[in-house]
Write a protein that binds this ligand. Structure first.
Ligand code: PGA
Length: 258
């Protein structure tokens, strides 16, 4: 039994047309209904589907979040969406600094830091993604890389702000590859991450902070990963697009919190 409630978050990435998104969200809401007291469930559909998905599951306690946002409040940023827009669609979370954003859209730690501040100012809980590439792991640099990312994300944040973050450790080599970190690899990084948050913020905040694992987490490997003492949930891509698989992961978290 952990002293932190599991958070099971689905990152749908650029998948689903609107009718499929509503069907999937409704199915997940139905599965989640009985167990939400001990597991928090979050879905992050594409931005265009946020409001209709939220409306479709209005009565359910499943939370809805965005996958990214711009750091400015409003203005001439064609194609972008802002924190107030996300909040006004009924969302409570936003994924920031996903490795795909870093890799394909050039997002830096400094940019992620600006986005975190704007998200917090609009009552959105940022899920800050960090993680090393395969080359970095092979060179033994995983902890150094993650430490730099965490320090960059936390720059100039008050302890009050820092304690609101959720972190997702997602080794880049495990994302969408079917190659999951072993429970030992994940636990070891999560423990280091908690120590780091303790050093940079406070031990009290570190003890309460949720650390999610992401990277080919699925219905089959969820139990061994979520059973690790410092893994407080998952950020799930591929397996979050099938209600039965995502449902199995939610049920697994429920079993482990009992
Ligand atoms: P995956 O994606 O579960 O498909 O590996 C995880 C993520 O990118 O958040």
């Amino acid at each position: 039994m952990k002293n932190r409630t599991f958070l099971i978050a689905g990152n749908w990435k650029m998948n689903t047309l609107q009718p499929d998104a509503i069907t999937l969200a409704t199915q997940i809401a139905a599965i989640s209904t009985e167990i939400l007291s001990s597991v928090e469930v979050l879905i992050c559909p594409p931005a265009l589907h946020l409001a209709p998905v939220k409306a479709a599951i209005e009565t359910a306690e499943v939370k809805v979040g965005a996958q990214n946002m711009h750091q400015a409040l409003s203005g001439a940023y064609t194609g972008e969406i802002s924190a107030p827009m996300i909040a006004s669609s009924g969302c409570s979370y936003v994924i920031l600094g996903h490795s795909e954003r870093r890799q394909y859209f050039g997002e830096t730690d400094a940019l992620v830091n600006l986005k975190i501040k704007q998200a917090l100012a609009h009552n959105l809980t940022p899920i800050v993604c960090i993680g090393e590439t395969l080359t970095e792991r092979e060179a033994g640099l995983e902890l150094a890389v993650v430490t730099t990312q965490v320090k960059g994300a936390l720059a100039n944040l008050t302890a009050e702000e820092a304690q609101q973050l959720v972190w997702a450790y997602e080794p880049v080599w495990a994302i969408g590859t079917g190659k999951t970190a072993t429970p030992e690899q994940a636990q070891s990084m999560h423990a280091a991450l908690r120590t780091l948050v303790g050093e940079l913020v406070s031990d009290e905040v570190a003890a309460r902070t949720r650390l999610l694992y992401g990277g080919s987490l699925n219905a089959a490997n969820a139990a061994e990963l979520l059973a690790q003492p410092d893994i407080d949930g998952g950020l799930i891509g591929g397996a979050s697009l099938k209600a039965t698989d995502f449902g199995t992961i939610i049920q697994t978290a429920f079993r482990l919190s009992a």
